[in-house]
Structures are given as structure tokens and as C-alpha cells.
Design a protein around this ligand. Structure first.
Ligand SMILES: Cc1cc2nc3c(=O)[nH]c(=O)nc-3n(C[C@H](O)[C@H](O)[C@H](O)COP(=O)(O)OP(=O)(O)OC[C@H]3O[C@@H](n4cnc5c(N)ncnc54)[C@H](O)[C@@H]3O)c2cc1C
Length: 306
């Protein structure tokens, strides 16, 4: 803690962004679960980000990059080192011809709204995915109708030495809910190429998909989206349901009654409550169906991290 205070003091004056000490991560994750970050910084710009990454590298300080926090489970005892929160940085977005270039901190809903306004189709399948564009690209977020990398041209990343690099879609190594970005690479902006369509068509598709999502997923309760990746040829939610686990409660957390692949924070859930349900679901599904479920959410600092 003393070291972290001095880290905070050193950044003062050098960093233009906000620096917080012992900041509860529950306030920055969709799950509303998780203990404090030793130090959390909201970089004001690329210069801040480079300085933070370089300092952390030089001094072997662990770094966690946080976007919207919609795909993360943070432990109850929090996160040691530096959390770089990108939800307020890199918020620029512009459309020209068939391209949209946007910063990594832009919300997915904003990207979709601009694509509809400009009559650019392709991203509608991502309707309803919360969080930032950077977080979505890192995990190649998507739905059965497509993933974000399908429409990418390139992204720009910064590494721990503060070096910038443009990575083409082909070099991203995107697959089902994953990319092959080297660890320590932070996405700062991205460019998408889309196809022309009418704004009315795009908005119609978005509305239909939102209605479907609201009917099938527990969107009004706190969660981190789907807990497990779908195994080849099947759905994790179906397997959890078949194992008879829908509605199972532990502490303040519950396997959603609406969708077997969601765990919801009903009432003051802890990370331990959620992890208990995850392990129970994995064990029961393995015993009853022989399928090993893999995590889709990021369990911060855990050996079972996805
Ligand atoms: C109700 C609900 C529904 C959901 N539905 C879907 C769905 O249909 N499909 C789907 O794929 N996901 C879904 N999710 C999960 C989640 O919304 C997505 O994975 C989302 O893209 C994560 O973005 P984020 O900004 O919140 O990332 P975070 O949760 O903040 O971070 C996720 C990972 O990305 C890394 N990261 C974040 N930003 C950057 C960056 N700029 N550079 C490098 N690494 C970065 C983090 O370190 C972490 O490893 C859902 C979640 C909820 C709560």
C-alpha cells in the first residue's frame, strides 16, 4: 500500500488523467462484484497511457486494462498494482464513406448508433453487447450472427515500451471469443469497413435483435454476460439447463432462471459466490454430459481465467 501511494504521488504532475487509490472495482464492473484496485488511473490521452505502461514495465508493476468491465469477474480482495481504466479515454468516432474509425473507449451502443445514422450495415449482429469497442475487439465479441473482427480493417495498439503499431484484421488472429494479441498490447483505436444500407433497415434489425435479447437474457439484472464459451456444436446454456442448474443460488449469486449461461448478482453477491456456481456448473455438466466448459468471462488473477 505504501508503494502504491508513492506510485500515485509520482504520477501526480506527470499524468493529466484522474488517479484513484483503493478504488472499489465493484463500481466499475457490470457484475458489481470485486474488491479495490491498489491504484486506478483514467489516462487523459495517449501520452498518459504510454507513460503508465512504460512505468509499469520498468518497475514490474502488474497492470490490468479495464474497458467497460462487462466481461470481468474481479476477486473479492481486489487487484494489486495498476488498473488502467479506458472507459473515458479514446472516445473519438468518425464516419467517412464506408468506414468508421473509432477510439477504443467508445461504447458499442454508440458505434452501432453511428453506423445506423450513416446507413452503414454490418455491425447489427453486435446489438445489445455492452462495454467498449476495445474490450469487444480484445475478446472478439459477437453473437451467432457474427463477431466484431468480421468487419475490422485494422486496429492500433500500444505496447509496454510505449510503441504504437497498426495490426490488420488478418494479423489479429481472431477466433471464437478470442484474439491472438500479444499480452500487454492495449488497443487504442480501430477502423471498420461496412456496406451501404438504409438507416431504416439497420434500425429495424437492431430493434428486432434487442427485443429478442430482452426476451431470452436477464438484461435487467447485474451479470457479466455469458459465463462459458459454447462448446462446438452445442450451447453452454443448454448444457447447464440439462444439468438441472438453472435457478441454483449460492449467497447473493444465482444461475439465471432465464438463461443457463448467465450468473446474476441478485443481492450483494461476492466473487466467491460466483466462482462457487461456476465450479458447480462445470462439475455437473462434465459429470452429466462429458463436456468440459471453458470460461468466456475474464476471471481476474485466477488460474481458471478464460
Ligand atoms: C448483459 C450482457 C450481455 C452480453 N452479451 C454478450 C454477447 O452477446 N456477446 C459477447 O461476445 N459478449 C457479451 N457480453 C460480454 C461483454 O459485454 C463483451 O465481452 C464486451 O465486449 C466486453 O467489453 P468491455 O469493454 O466491457 O471489456 P472488459 O470487461 O472491461 O474487459 C474484457 C477484456 O478485454 C481487455 N480489454 C478491455 N479493453 C481493452 C483495450 N482497449 N485493449 C486491450 N485489452 C482490453 C480486458 O483487459 C479484459 O481482458 C455481455 C455482457 C453482459 C453484461
Amino acid at each position: 500500500m505504501l508503494e502504491m501511494l508513492s506510485l500515485q504521488e509520482r504520477f501526480h504532475g506527470l499524468i493529466r488523467g484522474q488517479i484513484l487509490v483503493e478504488e472499489p472495482l465493484a463500481l466499475h464492473t457490470y457484475f458489481h462484484v470485486g474488491g479495490p484496485a491498489d491504484v486506478m488511473v483514467f489516462p487523459a490521452d495517449l501520452g498518459d497511457l504510454k507513460l503508465l505502461l512504460k512505468t509499469a514495465r520498468d518497475e514490474a508493476i502488474p497492470v490490468l486494462i479495464l474497458g467497460g468491465g462487462s466481461n470481468m469477474l474481479v476477486p473479492d480482495d481486489g487487484v494489486r498494482g495498476l488498473v488502467i481504466n479506458l472507459s473515458r479515454t479514446f472516445l473519438d468516432i468518425e464516419a467517412a464513406d464506408k468506414r468508421i474509425r473509432c477510439g477504443a473507449g467508445v461504447r458499442m451502443s454508440r458505434l452501432l448508433a453511428l453506423s445506423a445514422m450513416r446507413g452503414l450495415t454490418g455491425l447489427e449482429g453486435l446489438t445489445g453487447i455492452p462495454g467498449t469497442v476495445g474490450g469487444a475487439i480484445k475478446g472478439n465479441a459477437g453473437t451467432p450472427t457474427g463477431a466484431i473482427a468480421d468487419h475490422l480493417d485494422w486496429i492500433r495498439v500500444v505496447n509496454g515500451l510505449g510503441e504504437e503499431r497498426v495490426v490488420s484484421r488478418d494479423a489479429l488472429g481472431a477466433g471464437y471469443r478470442r484474439t491472438a494479441l500479444p499480452s500487454g498490447s492495449v488497443i487504442v483505436d480501430a477502423c471498420f469497413t461496412l456496406a451501404p444500407a438504409t438507416a431504416a433497415e439497420i434500425r429495424g434489425t437492431i430493434s428486432r435483435l434487442l427485443v429478442r435479447r430482452n426476451l431470452t437474457q436477464p438484461v435487467t439484472v447485474r451479470s457479466a454476460g455469458c459465463i462459458f464459451k459454447n462448446p462446438p456444436g452445442d450451447f453452454a446454456g443448454r448444457l447447464v439447463e440439462r444439468a438441472g442448474l438453472k435457478g441454483l443460488r449460492h449467497g447473493g449469486a444465482q444461475i439465471s432462471e432465464k438463461h443457463g449461461n448467465f450468473i446474476v448478482n441478485l443481492d450483494g453477491a461476492t466473487a466467491a459466490d460466483v466462482l462457487w456456481l461456476i465450479e458447480r456448473a462445470r462439475t455437473e455438466v462434465m459429470m452429466k454430459t462429458g463436456v468440459a466448459l471453458e470460461l468466456e468471462i475474464q476471471v481476474v488473477g485466477s488460474p481458471i481465467a478464460g
